[in-house]
Design a protein around this ligand. Sequence first.
Ligand code: CMC
Length: 430
Amino acid sequence: MADKGGKAAQLTVDGKTIELPVYSGTVGPDVIDVGKLTSEGYFTYDPGFVSTASCDSLITYIDGDEGVLLHRGYPIEQLAEHSDYLELCYLLLNGELPVKDEKAKFVDTIKHHTMVHEQLVHFFRGFRRDAHPMAIMCGVTGALSAFYHDSLDINNPDHRRITAHRLIAKMPTLAAMSYKYALGQPFIFPRNDLEYAENFLHMMFATPCDDYKVSPVIAKAMDRIFLLHADHEQNASTSTVRMAGSTGANPFACIAAGIAALWGPAHGGANEAVLNMLAEIGDEKNIDKYVKKAKDKDDPFRIMGFGHRVYKNYDPRAKVMQQTCHEVLNELGAEDDPILRMAQRLEKIALEDDYFVEKKLYPNVDFYSGIILKAIGIPTEMFTVIFATGRTPGWIAQWNEMISGPYKIGRPRQLYVGEARRDYVPLKAR
Ligand code: CMC
């Protein structure tokens, strides 16, 4: 809990000093509570929320200078090595690691909610076959609210729990369906005898004519990709989920809003953008030209998969992902793939270049996840869908945390720089 005793900051404006309380978290920088500024006639101004804490949270902590990511206190490296995705889902939702029986029960619950209502198939049929799968995901996730009237009371903790389970369980099914739909192949039912990531790969790649044998290395890599994306405190999509949730909207609608926010190339869309960028570069001999473009202030081109708003040292998820990347490439004998070679060379050049070093631009999680997913055979358009699937427990845990405590509707203000009051001019007189 935040330490709300004692410290204060003073802000002097126009000769008047306003006292503002300062709170300390468990770890991390102190925050100045500016809530009462409005009654003094001022707003704070912080476009992009670079200096703004929007809530208290017990879920995830990031130290961007030190490259630290903790979920409920546990370092991401330890979770990636010793835990698994569903255990992390439990931890994010419940605050503590499960004991053996709790884990078995949770896994069993998730496995038994993986099917979607048959009527949902008709929603898919309404989309063009060439629709981007993220467009489908925004639509069908929001549409789930039409199927679960039995559990839409956001003030009922049991309703919130069942909704969290349904979302975590059904997201891989919807994701795989959005892929099968584009291919024109029949949807593949989930199999409850398979593990979470294994089952996702099965629904993606099996057909009614052929079973799909999932390699344990690939299944582990897929589980790790989900795990490394599970939560990331108040990023753009999570803040969108909280903002939508603060109006009292139902959780399926809120998660659909999060999916929409994730889609952009500056956020979850970056993993897809990395592969598109590598395709555009085309050949190792063009890398220098593109690095130069990225450094040119007048050119909007950026090296996708590089840089992060919070991490200014390294992205700890990228370190784990890099190791998984080598395991997967080795298993698939794909170390020599020209795209992958190009990615490695680009990474090396950018890491040594003064521009990237000075601006503290390091490869982020999306740089390597895209490479792994490509090697597994996942089509590029599905990359962000996989990010969305992995991020679902984070979104729902953060939404649940907000709804369980006192909260206000999210309603930022602005610095208005438009016209001051003026009188309407009739059409004839303009
Ligand atoms: N390539 C070239 N220059 C860059 C890059 C890049 N990838 N990223 C940032 N810069 C430069 C930028 O031009 C700016 O330069 P200057 O100070 O001279 O104007 C400086 O570095 C700071 O950039 P910014 O855009 O002000 O930083 P930000 O914190 O607002 O943006 C970011 C962070 C992730 C949006 C940005 O680094 C970026 O666009 N990266 C590429 C997209 C990407 O990989 N996104 C995935 C993020 S990780 C997954 C997730 O959590 O969603």
